[in-house]
Design a protein around this ligand. Structure first.
Ligand SMILES: *Cc1c(COP(=O)(O)O)cnc(C)c1O
Length: 402
């Protein structure tokens, strides 16, 4: 079954009304080079062999698809968890950084820069730079450095230089601004590994392709478990949208599969402390692409808020903006409190402590209208180790009995 609408990127880099490449002139040559070469390079047999070998032997893929029996009973449907939390470095981010480091090497780049929010993308980038012996500079908001200390330590141990972003809300958006500034100043030598399905074309498509291994595996694994090569629902949390894009990719044009996004409502959608981009956002340009973003009427970015550093971003990838506005994907929002409840629930129910970002995808299950025969795949994007301090603080402040 196929839909008439295309959800793949157009040759000009668009997803419907969204996407494109809005970049300063000084980055034009870099972005053009990547645009002209990324598909050809990624499809070379040698690239494919190295990519898949590393995903298997270094990352530990395929990640399991686990039938969560206690959750299934509780929500009255068959709930499967796609265990990206079991990847080396603890999240889906490594799939993309492996792809991009192989690309950067083939483009002859010697220096790698990245932005990071929760620190997972910074760790994944520092990891592949150590593996490939390339210099690594990671920009991270000063507030995030504070709340994600273990990941900062990891990046340093892996040989990366971590530079704090002190502007604005001192979070992911500001780190991204600093990374773009660096790239402009060092365009010739440097490849910028963007960590989500965002940025100027071809980044959203490139990141989605490297992450699409997630849905390729889901297709095979769900066939093994249910006899059908598709689930009824795929659910993923969305910051910029890379784990969701990867989990959706091979089902984008299969109408039997409902695509569900979970975004961060923060303290509540109408509280002024939220990162519910698709609900609060309007069309505009952020970090090189036309998409939905939280902005004032005169186009200034509204500071987002979420307890989870990985979802604390005012925009959403252009693919998702297109999926949402065409109603191909449905969005639910979960608050900090709902996400924290989901963390505690999954830990107790299945013995899996999820990342706080991931917990948003679990928290919306109760808002969905599930039937007992439904097969639901949740992209378990990352593990909760990095969030333990946040969890302990929350448990103490709310006097939760463990
Ligand atoms: C970074 C991160 C996210 C959010 O990023 P996407 O690009 O939207 O996937 C979600 N979960 C985890 C565990 C992360 O590290």
């Amino acid at each position: 079954m196929t839909s008439k609408q295309s959800y793949h990127v157009s040759p000009s880099g668009h997803y419907g009304d969204f996407g494109g490449a809005y970049i300063p002139e000084m980055l034009y040559a870099n972005v053009e080079e990547i645009k002209n070469k990324y598909i050809e390079i990624s499809n070379e047999p040698e690239f494919q062999a190295e990519f898949h070998q590393l995903l298997k032997d270094y990352v530990g893929r395929p990640s399991p698809l686990y039938k969560a029996n206690t959750l299934s009973e509780k929500y009255g449907a068959n709930i499967y968890l796609k265990r990206e939390d079991l990847n080396h470095t603890g999240a889906h981010k490594i799939n993309n950084t492996i792809g991009q480091i192989l690309l950067a090497k083939r483009l002859g780049k010697k220096r790698i820069i990245a932005e990071t929010g929760a620190g997972q993308h910074g760790v994944a980038t520092a990891t592949v730079c150590a593996l490939m012996k390339l210099e690594c500079i990671v920009y991270m908001g000063a507030v995030d450095i504070e709340r994600q200390a273990p990941n900062v330590a990891r990046m340093k141990m892996l040989g990366a230089t971590v530079i704090p972003a002190e502007s604005g809300s001192k979070t992911l958006k500001d780190a991204t601004n600093e990374a773009i500034r660096d790239w402009i100043n060092n365009a010739e030598t440097t490849h910028y590994i963007i960590g989500s399905a965002i940025g100027p074309h071809p980044y959203p498509d490139m990141v989605t392709r490297y992450q699409s291994v997630i849905s390729a595996e889901i297709k095979e694994q769900i066939q093994e478990k249910t006899g059908k090569d598709y689930p009824d629902y795929v659910v993923a949390c969305v910051g910029g949208g890379s784990n969701a894009a990867g989990a959706f990719y091979h089902f984008l044009h299969d109408d039997r599969v409902q695509l569900i996004l979970a975004e961060a409502a923060g303290k509540g959608i109408d509280t002024g402390h939220s990162a519910a981009t698709s609900i609060l956002g309007t069309k505009g340009i952020i970090h090189g692409c036309m998409t939905l973003l939280m902005q004032t009427p005169d186009g200034q970015i509204v500071e987002p808020y979420s307890l989870s550093a990985g979802l604390d971003y005012p925009g959403i990838g252009p693919l998702h903006a297109h999926l949402i506005t065409t109603k191909r994907a449905k969005v639910y929002a979960a608050t900090d409190d709902e996400a924290m409840q989901a963390v505690l629930e999954l830990s107790a129910a299945e013995g899996i402590i999820p990342a706080l970002e991931t917990a948003h995808a679990l928290a919306i299950l109760s808002k969905m209208d599930l039937k007992s025969e439904d097969n639901v795949v949740i992209c378990l994007s990352g593990r909760g180790d990095k969030d333990l301090n946040t969890y302990l603080k929350y448990i103490e402040e709310h006097k939760i009995e463990l």
